[in-house]
Design a protein around this ligand. Structure first.
Ligand SMILES: Cc1cc2nc3c(=O)[nH]c(=O)nc-3n(C[C@H](O)[C@H](O)[C@H](O)COP(=O)(O)OP(=O)(O)OC[C@H]3O[C@@H](n4cnc5c(N)ncnc54)[C@H](O)[C@@H]3O)c2cc1C
Length: 463
C-alpha cells in the first residue's frame, strides 16, 4: 500500500484524472497477454510528457517504489505485470506521431502510438514500417521497442531493433537522456540504443522513438500451401530459404489453430490440412511474379498437397486475417494456455518439429503451434489448467523440455516475446554466466534501487 502523500504527489505531477486508484481500475492493469500471471498495482499513472515521466521516476526512486512501465499490456511474457505492486506507468496517453519525413525516410513518435495507427498514417504517404507483431491492432510502439518485437515481415525485413535510430529514455533517477538521432548511419560510441531496445522496461522509460522507414513495396502476392505432415511443411521452409529467394513472410499454422479459426470465423479454410504455410512475396511487380513462381515450384517439389495463390487483395487479406487470429484461437482454447516462443536455426526446423512430436507423445500433452516459420520462430502452446496443481506442474515440465530441445539445436529461449516473468528461471541455462553477470551490473548502474520493472528478467539476487 502506498502512502497517501505519494498519491497526492503523483496527482500534482500528472493531474487528478491521470492517477487511477479504484479497485476496478487497478484490476484492469493487473494482467497482460499471459494467462498465468496477475498482480494489481497500488496506483496507475498516465503521463503525457517526458517531463512528467521524469518527475514520477524521481519520486519513485527517492521512495524506492517499484515502477512497471506499460504500453497496451499485450505482451505474453508477464512483462507488464506489476509483480511487486507500486506504480504502473502507462504510456497510452503519449500517443502523438510527431513527425513523418518522407525524404529522410524516418518517423518520430511518442511511445503510446498504437502500431496500426502508425501503419495507417504511413500508408497514406506510401511508406512502410515492417516490424508487425500480430497484436498490431492494439500494441504500442513503445512496447514493441521494449520487447524488440518481431512478426511475419521480419523474414525479409528484420525485427524492431533494425529500425530504431533514436530514443529518448528517462532513467530511473529522472534524467531525460537522448540517444542516436535521425541518421541511418551512426557510429558514435557504444550502441546504447540496442541496450534499451529489448530491455523490457528494466533499464529506463522510453518516451520518444525515431524509426527508419522504407517505401511501401509496390506489389505483393500471397500463397497458401497445404501439407499432410508438419515436418514436410518445415522442410519446405528450409528448401525455400536455401533456394536464394527470400519471401517477405513465411508463416506456419497447424491443424488445431486452423480448425479453431474456422469455427470462430468461417472462411472456407482447408480444415483437414495437418499444416499450412502462408507466404508472401513482395517488391516490384516483375520481381513478385518471378519470386512467387519460384516459391510455388519449390512448394510443389517439397510435397505440398495443395497450393493456392490469392487471386486478389481481398483473398490475400482473408488469409492474413486468419494468421493474425492465431493467438486468439489458441488463447481461448483452455483455462491456462502456456504459449511459448522459441527460435531455432532455420535449417533445424524439421528436427525441432520431430522433437516436439516426441515430447507431446511422451508427456501426453497435446502441443499446438503456429509461428514465424521463416525465422525458425515457433510458438508451441500447451493447454492446461493452473487450478489443477498436479497437471500444471507436469505441463511446466513438458514446456521445460521444449526449451531444452530448442537450446540443444542451437536455438534460443525467446525469439520475440522476451523473458519477463515467464522464462527467468531458464536464463542461466541459456546464457554465458559472464554475460549474465554483465547484464546484472548494467542494470544496477542504471537503476541502483531496482525500481524499474523489478522481478523481471532477473532472478532476485543483485550484484
Ligand atoms: C494476439 C497477440 C499476438 C502477438 N503477436 C506477436 C508477434 O507476432 N510478435 C511479437 O514480437 N509479439 C507478439 N505479441 C506480443 C506483444 O504484442 C508484443 O510484445 C508487443 O511488443 C507488446 O506491446 P505493448 O504495447 O502491449 O507492451 P506491454 O505489453 O504493455 O509491455 C511490454 C514490455 O515493455 C515494457 N514497456 C512498455 N512500454 C514501455 C516504454 N515506453 N518504455 C520502457 N518499457 C516499456 C513493459 O514494462 C513490458 O516489459 C502478441 C501478443 C498478442 C496478445
Amino acid at each position: 500500500m502506498l502512502e497517501k502523500k505519494i498519491i497526492t504527489q503523483l496527482r500534482n505531477v500528472v493531474g487528478k484524472d491521470a492517477v487511477l486508484t479504484s479497485r476496478e481500475d487497478l484490476n484492469a492493469y493487473s494482467y497482460d497477454g499471459t494467462t498465468t500471471w496477475t498482480h494489481a498495482p497500488d496506483v496507475v499513472v498516465l503521463p503525457t510528457t517526458a517531463e512528467q515521466v521524469s518527475q514520477i521516476l524521481k519520486l519513485a526512486d527517492e521512495s524506492k517504489i517499484p515502477v512497471t512501465p506499460r504500453g497496451a499490456g499485450t505482451n505474453v511474457s508477464g512483462g507488464s505485470i506489476p509483480i511487486k505492486g507500486g506504480i504502473v506507468l502507462c504510456t497510452t496517453r503519449m500517443n502523438k506521431i510527431l513527425d513523418i519525413n518522407k525524404t529522410n525516410l524516418t518517423a518520430t513518435v511518442e511511445p503510446g502510438v498504437v502500431l496500426q495507427d502508425f501503419n495507417i498514417a504511413l500508408a497514406k504517404q506510401g511508406l512502410f514500417y515492417p516490424p508487425d507483431p500480430q497484436s498490431f491492432l492494439g500494441c504500442t510502439i513503445g512496447g514493441t521497442v521494449a520487447e524488440n518485437a518481431g512478426g511475419p515481415y521480419c523474414v525479409k525485413y528484420g525485427v524492431t531493433k533494425q529500425y530504431v535510430l533514436g530514443l529518448e529514455v528517462v532513467l530511473a533517477n529522472g534524467y531525460i537522456m537522448n540517444l542516436g538521432g535521425v541518421t541511418v548511419k551512426n557510429r558514435t560510441g557504444y550502441e546504447l540504443i540496442m541496450l534499451f531496445t529489448g530491455s523490457e522496461g528494466t533499464l529506463g522509460l522510453i518516451t520518444k522513438i525515431t524509426l527508419r522507414l522504407i517505401p511501401m513495396p509496390p506489389a505483393n502476392k500471397t500463397m497458401m500451401a497445404v501439407f499432410d505432415d508438419m515436418a514436410v511443411g518445415g522442410q519446405a521452409v528450409s528448401n525455400i530459404m536455401a533456394s536464394g529467394v527470400v519471401p517477405a513472410k513465411i508463416e506456419f499454422v497447424d491443424n488445431f489453430v486452423l480448425r479453431r479459426i474456422e469455427e470462430m470465423t468461417p472462411m472456407g479454410l482447408p480444415v483437414d490440412a495437418k499444416a499450412l504455410l502462408l507466404l508472401q512475396a513482395d517488391g516490384s511487380p516483375a520481381a513478385v511474379e518471378a519470386e512467387s513462381k519460384q516459391i510455388v515450384d519449390i512448394l510443389k517439389k517439397s510435397g505440398a498437397k495443395e497450393i493456392k495463390v490469392a487471386k486478389d487483395a481481398s483473398e490475400a487479406a482473408m488469409y492474413w486475417k486468419m494468421r493474425s487470429a492465431g493467438f486468439a484461437a489458441t488463447f481461448g482454447a483452455a483455462h491456462t494456455v502456456m504459449a511459448e516462443d522459441v527460435a531455432v536455426p532455420r535449417d533445424k526446423l524439421v528436427e525441432f518439429i520431430r522433437k516436439l512430436d516426441e515430447i507431446s507423445e511422451r508427456t501426453g500433452f497435446f502441443i499446438c503451434y503456429l509461428g514465424h516459420a521463416g525465422d525458425g520462430n515457433l510458438h508451441p502452446s500447451i493447454f492446461t489448467d493452473i487450478r489443477n496443481k498436479e497437471e500444471f506442474a507436469r505441463a511446466q515440465k513438458a514446456m521445460e523440455e521444449i526449451f531444452e530441445a530448442a537450446l540443444s539445436l542451437g536455438g534460443v529461449l525467446s525469439g520475440e516475446h522476451g523473458i519477463g516473468l515467464e522464462k527467468q528461471r531458464f536464463l542461466k541455462k541459456a546464457m554465458d554466466p559472464v554475460a549474465l553477470n554483465l547484464m546484472r551490473k548494467i542494470k544496477t548502474i542504471l537503476d541502483p534501487n531496482h525500481i524499474l520493472n523489478p522481478g523481471k528478467i532477473w532472478e532476485e539476487e543483485r550484484v
